[in-house]
Design a protein around this ligand. Structure first.
Ligand SMILES: CC(=O)N[C@H]1[C@@H](OP(=O)(O)OP(=O)(O)OC[C@H]2O[C@@H](n3ccc(=O)[nH]c3=O)[C@H](O)[C@@H]2O)O[C@H](CO)[C@@H](O)[C@@H]1O
Ligand SMILES: C=C(OP(=O)(O)O)C(=O)O
Length: 424
C-alpha cells in the first residue's frame, strides 16, 4: 500500500506552476464527443480522472491520442456505442456527463446510476429533468438509465432548482445540438462552465451568458473539432495558497487567476496572510499569528466546497475559534475525525464544524477520505510535529497533478513510499 510520509515544520518557499483544471478538463474531454472533426486540447493535467474519462469516451468509439504530456488529440467522427460501461462510471461520477453528448448525437444513451460517494448522496435528478424537458424519454431499470430521443432533442426553458455544475454542463452540451433555443435559468456560474462554453463555441456552438445565472443556447445541426487550452486549476492553486499561509512560507502560485479565487483570497487576508495578486499568478506570504476565520461554502462565486477541507486544516492552527459551514454537500466532514487524530479540536454541530485552534498539530497515521480531504491532511502534515503518514492516495491521485514533486520543490519534507515494499 502506498503512503505519503511527511515530516512537518518546513515553510513552503518558491514558485509552483498550477496545472490545467480537473473540473474543466473532464467536461471538455467529454464535449469533444460532439465534434465530427479532430480536437486538440492542451494544458491537460496528469490525473487518474483524466485517464478514466478518456477510457469512458474510448469505450464509445472515440479515438484519442496523447502525443505530448499535456496534449490530447481527440477524434469523435464516429461514435460506435451508446452504452457507458458500469465499471468506468462507478470509478468517476463525472462519467455521467456523456449522457448529454450521446443523446445529442445518437438520440440514445445508456448509463448506470452513478450512486453516492463519501461526500454525499449526489443525485442526478436535475440532469434527468432537464433532458425530459428537452424531449428525452427516460427509463430507470435495475440501476441503469436508458434515455432516448428518437426525434432529436428540442430546445427548452429550464430552471434548475439548484445551480448544479454537472447539470449545467450536461445541458450546455445537449442544448448545443438540440433543435431551437434553450434558456437555462439558475445555471451554475463556475469558471469551469465558462471554459466549457468557450470550447463549445469554438466548436461552432452558439452559447451566450455562461458565467452568469442565465445561459441562452441556440442549437446548431453539427459541431466540429477545435483547439483549446484548459484553464488553470483554481482548487490546486488554492491548496498551495493555504499551504503557504499555514507554513508561514512565501509561495508564488504561477498561473493562478485571482478573479477565480476571490473568496479564498479574502479569507487568507482575514487570517493574517499577505496576498499579492499579480498578472501571471498570486503570491502568498504567511505570517504568525494566524487569526481565526469563519467560512460558508456556496456555489460560485461563493467559497468553494472543494476548498473547505484545506481551509479547515488552516483553522485547526489559528489562534481562536473558527466556524466552517458546508452547504453544498450534506456529508463533507469526513476529514474531521482524521484531523482529530492529529490533535485538532473540532466538533460538528449540524452543517457546521466548530474548530478551536491549537498551538501545534502532532504527526499521526491518517487516511484520505476523499480527494480534498487528502490534500487537507497533507497540509496538516506539513505543519505537524513529527511524522505524518497519509494513506488511500488514490483519492489524491484523482485530482492533483504531481503533488509530491511540487511540494518537494517548495522545500517540503514529503515522500511517497510503498509500505509493503519497505517491509519486505
Ligand atoms: C467534476 C466536477 O466538476 N466536480 C465538481 C462539481 O460536482 P457536481 O457537478 O457533481 O456538483 P453539483 O454542483 O452538481 O452538486 C451540488 C449539489 O447539488 C446536488 N445535486 C446535483 C445534481 C442533481 O441532479 N441533483 C442534486 O441534488 C448534489 O447532490 C450536491 O449536493 O461541482 C461540485 C460543487 O462545486 C464540486 O464539488 C465538484 O468538484
Ligand atoms: C468532489 C470533487 O470532485 P468529483 O465531483 O469529481 O467527485 C472535487 O474535485 O473535490
Amino acid at each position: 500500500m502506498e503512503k505519503l510520509v511527511i515530516h512537518g515544520g518546513k515553510p513552503l518557499e518558491g514558485t509552483v506552476r498550477v496545472s490545467g483544471a480537473k473540473n474543466a478538463v473532464l467536461p471538455i474531454i467529454v464535449a469533444s464527443m460532439l465534434g465530427t472533426t479532430q480536437s486538440t486540447l492542451t494544458e491537460i493535467p496528469k490525473l487518474a480522472d483524466v485517464h478514466t474519462v478518456c477510457d469512458v469516451i474510448a469505450s464509445l468509439g472515440v479515438h484519442i491520442e496523447h502525443p505530448e504530456r499535456d496534449t490530447l488529440v481527440i477524434d469523435a467522427h464516429e461514435l460506435t456505442s451508446t452504452t457507458a460501461p458500469y465499471d468506468l462510471v462507478r470509478r468517476m461520477r463525472a462519467s455521467f456527463l456523456v449522457m448529454g453528448p450521446l443523446l445529442a448525437r445518437k438520440g440514445r444513451a445508456q448509463i448506470s446510476l452513478p450512486g453516492g460517494c463519501s461526500i454525499g448522496a449526489r443525485p442526478i435528478d436535475l440532469h434527468l429533468k432537464a433532458f425530459e424537458a428537452m424531449g428525452a424519454v427516460i427509463n430507470l431499470e435495475n440501476g441503469d438509465i436508458e434515455a432516448t430521443a428518437p426525434n432529436g432533442l428540442k430546445g427548452a426553458q429550464i430552471y434548475l432548482d439548484f445551480p448544479s455544475v454537472g447539470a449545467t454542463e450536461n445541458i450546455l452540451m445537449a442544448a448545443s445540438m438540440a433543435e431551437g433555443k434553450t434558456v437555462l435559468e439558475n445555471a451554475a456560474e463556475e469558471p469551469e462552465i465558462v471554459d466549457l462554453a468557450t470550447y463549445l463555441n469554438s466548436m461552432g456552438a452558439n452559447i451566450r451568458g455562461a458565467g452568469t445565472n442565465v445561459i441562452r443556447i441556440e442549437g446548431v445541426k453539427e459541431l466540429h473539432g477545435a483547439n483549446h487550452a484548459v484553464i488553470p486549476d483554481r482548487i490546486e492553486a488554492g491548496t498551495f495558497m493555504v499551504g503557504a499561509a499555514m507554513t508561514q512560507g512565501n509561495v508564488f502560485v504561477e498561473n493562478a487567476i485571482s478573479e477565480h479565487l476571490k473568496p479564498l483570497i479574502s479569507k487568507l487576508k482575514e487570517v493574517g496572510a499577505e496576498v499579492q495578486e499579480e498578472i501571471d499568478g498570486i503570491r502568498v506570504i504567511g505570517h504568525a499569528p494566524l487569526r481565526p476565520a469563519d467560512i460558508k461554502t456556496l456555489p460560485y462565486p461563493g467559497f468553494p466546497t472543494d476548498m473547505q477541507a484545506q481551509f479547515m486544516a488552516l483553522t485547526t492552527i489559528c489562534q481562536g475559534t473558527s466556524v466552517v459551514t458546508e452547504t453544498v454537500f450534506e456529508n463533507r466532514f469526513m476529514h474531521v475525525d482524521e484531523f482529530k487524530r492529529m490533535g485538532a479540536k473540532i466538533r460538528i454541530e449540524g452543517r457546521s464544524a466548530i474548530v478551536e485552534g491549537v498551538p501545534r498539530l502532532k504527526g499521526a497515521s491518517v487516511n484520505a477520505t476523499d480527494l480534498r480531504a487528502g490534500a487537507a491532511l497533507v497540509l496538516a502534515g506539513l505543519v505537524a510535529d513529527g511524522e505524518t503518514e497519509v494513506g488511500y492516495l488514490y483519492h489524491i491521485d484523482r485530482g492533483y497533478d504531481n503533488l509530491v514533486l511540487k511540494l518537494q520543490r517548495l522545500g517540503a519534507d514529503i515522500v511517497r513510499v510503498n509500505i509493503e515494499e519497505e517491509e519486505n
